[in-house]
Design a protein around this ligand. Structure first.
Ligand SMILES: Nc1ncnc2c1ncn2[C@@H]1O[C@H](COP(=O)(O)OP(=O)(O)O)[C@@H](O)[C@H]1O
Ligand SMILES: [Mg+2]
Length: 279
């Protein structure tokens, strides 16, 4: 058994109009990891995600789930989609049923589960996202943050092993962001591998173990938060900004203070500032 959960090998994709959206993308996601794919608008994040469960067929190269190449045949794709669940950026692309309950039920019903099991999964996944009691509501009448949580519940109800979320916190208020991150952390604690895309560095700083930087359809860097966020050249190239916490350390260093600019969490940075000495 491999501990690599999801892998792309020389994955390239060109849209029919000639746009080279992905070029030779090689990435590995291990079981239980929390990964962020970072990159500016148009970098290719959504195109990449649509390859992770076989919604899009590569122009060249391929994707492997649990060491097995995704094969573009109906039964094979069903198996892959059971393992890899995708939450789209816009809940409107996902939510379609007249009630929350029917929406969340859709996936489990398609898996051919019996009535009791479907009911169990609806209850369990709505509880997981803190939306129990909203069963009979119309998804369109909910707030953006609530819609996002219902969209997540619909995927959780299929019990995938890997959850892919395209910009899961974009457009949410701070409380909405915290709620979504909480849900993702809880799912991860239960063993789910989580992959998100984002250009929100503060959120990624809080959430991800490991980061891939995508720019112009290419992975230009990969590493832990310390590697990525302390590399000013890289961040500039990828149109990303360092977290405010590291910006402060860089400013202190430029002013002659002896600080370690690779520190990034608020706690670490506070510690650096407290012990900073002028040299
Ligand atoms: N359906 C499409 N047809 C042609 N080009 C597209 C299509 N969708 C996206 N693109 C282009 O592919 C590139 C990557 O887009 P996308 O994957 O949406 O990036 P991101 O999600 O990082 O913003 C961009 O240059 C975008 O304009
Ligand atoms: Mg996108």
């Amino acid at each position: 058994m491999t501990d690599i959960h999801l892998e792309t090998k020389n994955l390239s994709f060109t849209y029919p109009d000639g746009t080279k959206a992905l070029q030779n993308v090689n990435l590995q996601i291990k079981k239980g990891e929390k990964i962020a794919i970072m990159g500016p608008n148009g970098a290719g994040k959504s195109t990449l995600f649509s390859h992770f469960n076989g919604l899009t067929e590569p122009t060249s190269g391929h994707v492997e789930v649990d060491g097995e190449k995704i094969i573009f045949e109906k039964d094979e794709l069903l198996k892959v989609r059971q393992k890899v669940g995708i939450v789209f950026q816009d809940p409107n692309d996902q939510l379609f049923a007249p009630t929350v309950k029917e929406d969340v039920a859709f996936g489990p019903m398609n898996l051919g589960l019996d009535y009791d099991e479907v009911e169990r999964r609806i209850a369990e996944s709505l509880e997981m996202v803190g939306m129990e009691g909203f069963e009979e509501k119309t998804p369109h009448h909910l707030s953006g943050g609530q819609q996002k949580r219902i969209a997540i519940a619909g995927i959780v109800a299929m019990r995938p092993e890997i959850m892919i979320l395209d910009e899961p916190t974009a457009g949410l208020d701070p409380e909405g962001v915290d709620k979504v991150l909480n849900i993702l952390n809880n799912l991860n604690k239960e063993g789910m591998s989580i992959v998100i895309s984002s250009h929100d560095i503060e959120m990624v700083n809080e959430f991800a173990d490991k980061i891939f930087v995508l720019y112009n359809g290419e992975i230009i860097a990969c590493g832990d938060k310390h590697d990525i966020f302390s590399d000013k050249e890289l961040l500039k190239k990828a149109h990303l900004k360092a977290p405010v916490s590291t910006e402060i350390l860089h400013k202190l260093k430029n002013n002659g203070f002896d600080v370690d600019t690779t520190k990034i969490s608020i706690d670490e940075v506070t510690e650096e500032i407290i012990k900073a000495k002028k040299i």
